[in-house]
Design a protein. Structure first.
Length: 421
């Protein structure tokens, strides 16, 4: 029996997704979990996988269309459920009268090499990049990253579009030293000077919209505390020596776990302010901000306070790899209730992050560095890390956030508690 494939939930931060390209054709067999389409959401370009095995019977949307979560996008079933072509007699009987033919949708045709000035612009997924080359957003990004001339890549998508797999295959065959990206013609000496620029990506546009809204509508306040990390770093070394590589713990994993345990005691910081109400989230799902091409994504550890730190490390590592490879899954980036933004790897003394709405707070983490401190009237060297919480004053207050930071500090300075909880 045929089943509908719905648009997956992209999370409360994403809204709709625009279909870039179908990776399969009607009549193709698919396996459960096999990618069938690429969507460009407000946050990222992502793959949609088939939820069940079968044969693709019908596409319910076309490239360039945007749909919300839950909307039907395709049907999958058995091969004998494929619609059969009408016989010549049926076609003649069903043909419209010549005088007033009904409006029918014309089959898709190859897009022009370049849109004319008097024509509406074509969707982003179909924008030619020169000499009639069409490519999906992921393929374009990969071409930029590898300095690749897409004119040399054979496209296997509809209308000859170049897909991610086409770029990956070309890179695997060509090896290093692939030709450079399309060159631009140098302006003539008499041409007026112009500024350069490019259209912001969907991810960058979403960051711009959300962060602007956050700063304009959320009354931020900030509190900073310092943590002595020597014991945490020593325990991390012991832990990583004893466990396999896929379960190795980072400093950020320890901060994520400490914050999750502290949030149990401070439900106002695991909440959202919605229409004059404070909504407390049942689960504690801590997100970790990840730098990706063109912006930042937040990957989400679910039920973080109840997860072993090794599981947090393993899951975060897998999600970060998918995010940076452009293979993020909807569940990777949705549902966070609190966020950690860690710039420790960028030689940062201190910073304050912008709240990720509709969350109530975000914790900014700087670099842990050796610092001279005074202990019992003696100057000693300790590894010190600064943390700054940015909080929504509609939901919480300074005293509560100060005590929350003290609790996170206590957990990191007594790190064995991160393993026992």
């Amino acid at each position: 029996m045929a089943e509908i494939i719905p648009m997956p939930d992209l999370g409360f931060e994403a809204g709709e997704g625009e279909l870039s390209v179908w990776l399969k054709n009607v009549g193709d067999a698919v396996q459960a979990g096999e990618p069938i389409a690429e969507f460009e959401s407000e946050k990222v370009t992502l793959e949609v996988e088939a939820p069940v095995a079968g044969v693709l019977l019908e596409f319910l949307i076309q490239p360039g269309q945007s749909v919300a979560a839950g909307a039907p996008i395709a049907r999958v079933g058995e091969a004998d459920e494929l619609p059969s072509a009408p016989s010549p007699a049926q076609s003649q009987e069903q043909s419209p009268p010549p005088v007033a033919p009904p409006e029918v949708e014309a089959p898709s045709a190859p897009l022009p090499v370049a849109p004319q000035e008097d024509q509406p612009s074509v969707p982003v997924y179909a924008q030619p990049i020169g000499n009639g080359v069409l490519a999906t957003p992921i393929a374009l990004r990969m071409a930029r990253e590898h300095n690749l001339d897409l004119r040399r890549v054979a496209g296997s998508g509809p209308g000859g579009r170049i897909l991610r797999g086409d770029v990956e295959n070309h890179l695997a065959q060509a090896g290093p030293g692939a030709p450079a990206v399309l060159t631009r013609q140098a302006p003539s000496a008499s041409a007026p000077s112009k500024t350069s620029g490019s259209t912001a990506s969907p991810l960058r546009r979403t960051i711009a919209q959300r962060m602007s809204r956050s700063k304009q509508t959320i009354p931020h306040f900030y509190i900073t505390n310092s943590v002595t990390m020597d014991d945490a770093l020593a325990l991390r070394r012991q832990f990583n020596d004893a466990f396999p590589s896929d379960a190795k713990v980072s400093v950020n994993d320890m901060v994520v776990k400490a914050a999750a345990l502290a949030l149990r005691e401070f439900p106002n910081l695991n909440a959202s302010y919605v229409e004059d109400r404070i909504e407390h989230h049942v689960d504690i799902n801590v997100g970790a901000a990840v730098a990706v091409d063109g912006g930042v994504l937040t990957v989400v550890s679910r039920q973080t306070d109840r997860s072993a730190i090794s599981d947090i490390a393993r899951d975060n590592k897998a999600m970060i790899e998918r995010a940076r490879a452009g293979r993020v899954r909807p569940e990777d980036v949705s549902g966070s209730t609190f966020t950690i933004s860690n710039l420790g790897g960028y030689d940062t003394d201190h910073f304050a992050a912008i709240i990720n709405p509709p969350q109530a707070a975000i914790l900014g983490v700087a670099t842990a560095r050796e610092t001279a401190v005074v202990e019992e009237s003696q100057v000693v060297v300790r590894t010190v890390m600064q943390m700054t919480i940015s909080a929504d004053h509609r939901v919480t207050d300074g005293a509560e956030c100060a005590v929350f930071l003290q609790r996170v500090k206590e957990l990191l300075e007594t790190p064995i508690k991160l393993l026992l909880a």
